[in-house]
Design a protein around this ligand. Structure first.
Ligand code: SAM
Ligand code: SF4
Length: 374
């Protein structure tokens, strides 16, 4: 447990972190919880398993010229499991999402899933999942899911989000630079049939590119019986094309769907990034992630580790904390755990109140979405 604010200087005298941590034993914050300087308890770890991808989505990667991490710099499954186990068992992290790049291009992904699926949230944690296995999820472009979905499910994967931004084959090819729509649609069906506790669609909406398909995509989700989550376009594209005018706001997305299929709000998002609405005709729910127009940083419980072992406290963070070098330092056992934990605590001590998109002092992170892990 952290007892002194690791970013003392940064927080200044107004920081109440030390007092909160000192009182944590007598509040709802368990001794195991990892709390940032703004009182947010960290529960969710996003693990990027690779920076590589079989697509080149225009809002994420360039057509050519990505430089991949050398394999020696990418964390092994054993290293990833080590960090994940520490986060779960020492700090009560209760959810892990595997992402990338495209996580399914990493060889033997089910082996990692099987390792992580054994992790159980400690009973002493204040997490609502204490005593239960972690919530283990995957974000994928779906193109190769038909080949691996049953193995992933059997290995213990609980939930899947599949990205799908258009139902039109030519547009799909323009947006992803790959002619793979039919494989993705087959992957979605395979995931629905595989028995996950939830399958969702992620759809990034970009004005002038696919905003005319908002209702069609929502109807696709209704027909399949799965939730579509519309994501506002964020300034994390490799080619730097993002401008505010290309963002279609959550309000506009929900208004367009609601005009055709009336909606009511589902309250209590908690720490989840998506706001959700219920169709009044009872045919499911739809979500929207308003990262740009209504940032939800105040409730953010997420931290991330990149494929090369850099710990990040925000998608938009401009600093990273090197866990790989600690994992490879030659330390072992409790000494290694404590050294990794020290880096995690130092990083979490710098988690900022929120990102600054739309403000003059916003600085794009050096790494883009696929390199960080979305
Ligand atoms: N390759 C996988 C996929 O596409 O689902 C996982 C990694 S991808 C980086 C994770 C999510 O980030 C996807 O849903 C993708 O659509 C989204 N994404 C990528 N670039 C984005 C951007 N600039 N703005 C908003 N969402 C973005
Ligand atoms: Fe690959 Fe996912 Fe980025 Fe598309 S959004 S290029 S599928 S990492």
């Amino acid at each position: 447990m952290v007892t002194e604010c690791p970013s003392g200087e940064k927080c200044g005298s107004s920081c109440s972190y030390p007092e909160r941590m000192a009182n944590s034993g007598s509040s709802d914050v368990s001794a195991r919880d990892l709390v940032d300087p703004f009182g947010r308890t960290i529960r969710d770890l996003r693990i990027s398993v690779t920076d590589r991808c079989n697509f080149r989505c225009t809002y994420c990667m360039p057509a050519e010229g990505m430089t991949w991490l050398p394999r020696s710099e990418v964390l092994s499954f054993e290293e990833l499991e080590h960090v994940a186990r520490l986060c779960v068992e020492r700090y009560g992290v209760d959810g892990i999402r595997l992402t990338g790049g495209e996580p399914t291009v990493r060889a033997h992904l089910p082996v990692l899933v099987a390792k992580l699926a054994t992790l159980v949230v400690p009973t002493e944690s204040a997490s609502p999942r204490r005593g239960q296995p972690i919530d283990l999820a995957l974000t994928t472009n779906g193109a190769t899911l038909t080949n691996c979905v049953d193995e992933l499910r059997a290995a213990g994967l609980g939930r899947v989000n599949i990205s799908l931004d258009t139902l039109d084959r030519e547009r799909f090819e323009r947006m992803t630079r790959r002619d793979e729509l039919s494989n993705v649609l087959a992957g979605i069906d395979a995931a629905i049939g595989a028995g996950f506790s939830s399958v969702k669609i992620n759809a990034v909406i970009e004005r002038g590119v696919n905003d005319d398909e908002i209702v069609d995509l929502a109807e696709f989700g209704r027909a399949k019986g799965i939730e579509v989550r519309f994501i506002e376009f964020m300034p994390l594209d490799a080619e730097g094309h993002w401008v505010n005018d290309k963002v279609v706001s959550q309000d506009e997305i929900v208004a367009r769907i609601g005009a055709v299929h009336p909606l009511e709000s589902v309250p209590a998002r908690g720490a989840a990034p998506a706001d959700r609405w219920r169709y009044l005709d009872g045919r499911g729910t739809v979500g929207a992630i308003p990262s740009v127009t209504k940032p939800f940083c105040g409730d953010c419980d997420r931290v991330r580790i990149t494929a090369d072992g850099q710990f990040r406290t925000c998608l938009f963070a401009t600093s990273e904390f090197d866990i790989r070098s600690v994992l490879r330092s030659g330390l072992a056992g409790r000494e290694l755990d404590d050294a990794v934990a020290a880096v995690i605590e130092r990083a979490v001590g710098t988690k900022w109140a929120g990102h600054q998109i739309n403000q003059v002092n916003f600085v794009r992170p050096k790494r883009t979405m696929s390199q960080i892990g979305g």
